[in-house]
Ligand binder design. Structure first.
Ligand SMILES: *[C@@H]1O[C@H](CO)[C@@H](O)[C@H](O)[C@H]1NC(C)=O
Ligand SMILES: *[C@@H]1O[C@H](CO)[C@@H](O)[C@H](O)[C@H]1NC(C)=O
Ligand SMILES: *[C@@H]1O[C@H](CO)[C@@H](O)[C@H](O)[C@H]1NC(C)=O
Ligand SMILES: *[C@@H]1O[C@H](CO)[C@@H](O)[C@H](O)[C@H]1NC(C)=O
Length: 495
């Protein structure tokens, strides 16, 4: 059987055998083939350059052709955006730097973060090593400024993006502007910016929290104190028209308004990222921070104008404390999670790394995600409106949660963290005497365990993470909660 099958194949193979070729003939064959191929390539290249290229031939020689190919290749295998790709431009002034510098120094990492503080004149004192390096802005006396209630320094601050661009520093993908009292959370800033293609024209930032501000200074604007990011290609177009814009929009108050007016001439729109915080509020920022949107915390601003974010601490120490949480788990910082303990009829809501609320009843998810109005609007000190919904703080202690603030946070091995929150007692407010509050009042600590937040989750559809209360009434003094990703069909629905 085998031979009858194999024979025809053998024959076929024999007839297909190569004729015997001498080495010299083979060489000439190769040379001829090579000549044909390279002629074809040259003709194709010639036609490509003359016919298909839009620019005149003089601008599109082989060097530029190669350059285009090279660029295509580098775009394909480009590294993800990191901190080195950002050039910061901080609007400062020589007279006030010594009182403001501590905010920049909280987040500035010498030799890691790149950028400058832009000053109005050369400082006479030695420049602190822990501060970002400074530059002195160019003279702006020839520009127009006609806003009766503002300051001419807005012109100088608006031009920081142009002066930064014109430094011509290499490998800059984003120009990030901020004030001297802006605190950036740079890991999260990188996470947010890396979602966007820096080769396109992007303008990323956030609005004011106070509607009255957005009405006056526009909803289309990224507020300068919360900070904003301009991608390199947008900066390249912006700097060409910026000086003209500064004169055209001389009646506008702020540098950020002048920048946005100029960007509106280009037609690029703001990309709103809810983690940029202008903090245009007065009073206690608690409500704002305890219900952070499901987005990375990118910046905080105006911290000298609101109460300390942790009670009984200076503001600067408060921010340092929040930064200990941020350093332990940047992506999870302030992220809200809440769950019910149906055994005790309790609800627990936490803003990771900051605070926990314990309710001896079951508010709906809709209530829990809404900020307590512990603050007023920026300009008129009114009770609203804000760009998000708020709920009043009841004067009835039986309608209020017990509040716990961060005590400490630590890594506990693997990718797990543990944060502990301690009961905050406001001596000026009397306690609820109802029975269901009695058991809750015994709880002095809340212990929260969580795994490190995977920054990649920020590229997915945003969903608040779930939690569960881990212990029953056995430990009256402490509630233990675990935060985790939600299960399928899991929801915070009352029974
Ligand atoms: C080719 O184009 C590049 C960039 O446009 C230019 O620097 C170079 O001088 C040109 N070479 C020739 C031979 O024209
Ligand atoms: C950022 O990425 C660039 C590549 O584009 C790389 O050269 C640089 O070392 C990176 N910087 C950091 C801090 O990872
Ligand atoms: C930053 O780099 C400079 C020059 O390389 C060096 O002299 C300086 O000590 C570095 N500073 C820090 C804080 O690493
Ligand atoms: C406030 O802080 C001071 C000093 O750190 C401390 O002695 C005091 O007990 C604190 N008060 C409250 C209510 O925590």
């Amino acid at each position: 059987m085998s031979s009858s099958v194999r024979d025809p194949l053998n024959k076929a193979w024999k007839t297909l055998r190569f004729p015997s070729i001498k080495p010299a003939e083979l060489l000439s064959l190769f040379l001829k083939a090579g000549l044909v191929i390279s002629t074809f390539f040259l003709i194709t290249l010639f036609f490509y350059l003359t016919l298909s290229y839009h620019q005149p031939l003089t601008h599109s020689n082989i060097t530029t052709f190669k350059y285009i190919l090279q660029k295509h290749k580098t775009i394909q295998k480009e590294e993800p955006t990191n901190i080195s790709h950002i050039l910061f431009g901080i609007g400062g002034s020589t007279a006030t730097w010594h009182t403001r510098r501590h905010y920049s120094e909280l987040w500035w990492r010498p030799n890691v973060t790149r950028g400058f503080v832009w000053l109005d004149k050369t400082p006479s004192e030695p420049w602190p090593e822990t501060s970002p390096p400074f530059r002195v802005s160019a003279d702006t006396s020839s520009f127009k400024y006609t806003c009766s209630y503002g300051s001419r320094s807005a012109i100088r601050i608006a031009r920081i993006v142009k002066e930064s661009f014109e430094l011509g520093l290499g490998d800059v993908r984003w120009f990030v502007m901020g004030d001297d009292d802006t605190v950036f959370f740079t890991d999260n800033l990188v996470t947010v910016l890396s979602k966007y293609d820096h080769n396109q024209m992007y303008y990323v930032g956030g609005n004011s929290e106070s509607v009255e501000q957005d009405v006056i200074h526009f909803y289309t604007m990224a507020y300068g104190g919360g900070g904003f990011a301009i991608s390199y290609p947008l900066a390249a177009e912006l700097v060409k028209i910026l000086d003209g814009c500064i004169d055209r929009y001389s009646q506008f108050y702020g540098s950020d308004q002048k920048i946005q007016s100029c960007i509106s001439e280009i037609g690029v729109q703001i990309t709103k990222e809810p983690g940029f915080h202008q903090v245009d509020i007065r009073g206690n920022p608690y409500g704002l921070l305890a219900t952070h949107p499901v987005a990375p915390l990118v910046s905080l601003h105006h911290l000298d104008y609101v109460g300390p974010i942790f009670p009984n601490m200076t503001q600067i120490d408060s921010v340092r404390k929040l930064i200990t949480s941020y350093k332990t788990d940047p992506g999870r910082t302030l992220q809200q999670s809440f769950c019910y303990d149906l055994e005790r009829n309790w609800a627990v809501s936490m803003a990771w790394g900051y605070s926990v609320e314990l309710y001896p009843f079951l508010p709906t998810a809709k209530e829990l995600e809404m900020a307590f109005r512990t603050f007023d609007t920026w300009r008129s000190g009114s009770d609203g409106p804000f760009t998000f919904n708020t709920r009043p703080v009841s004067s009835d202690p039986c309608k209020k949660p017990l509040v716990y603030f961060l005590d400490r946070v630590q890594n506990v091995g693997g990718d797990q963290t543990r944060s502990t929150y301690r009961r905050h007692v406001d001596a000026s407010v009397k306690e609820c005497e109802r029975a269901e509050y009695g058991r809750a009042l015994a709880v002095q600590y809340v212990d929260v365990s969580a795994s490190h937040f995977m920054q990649d989750l920020w590229k997915k559809a945003p969903r608040r993470q779930c939690c569960e209360v881990m212990n029953g009434a056995d430990d009256a003094n402490k509630v233990r909660v675990k935060i985790r990703g939600c299960h399928r069909f899991e929801s915070v629905s009352p029974p």
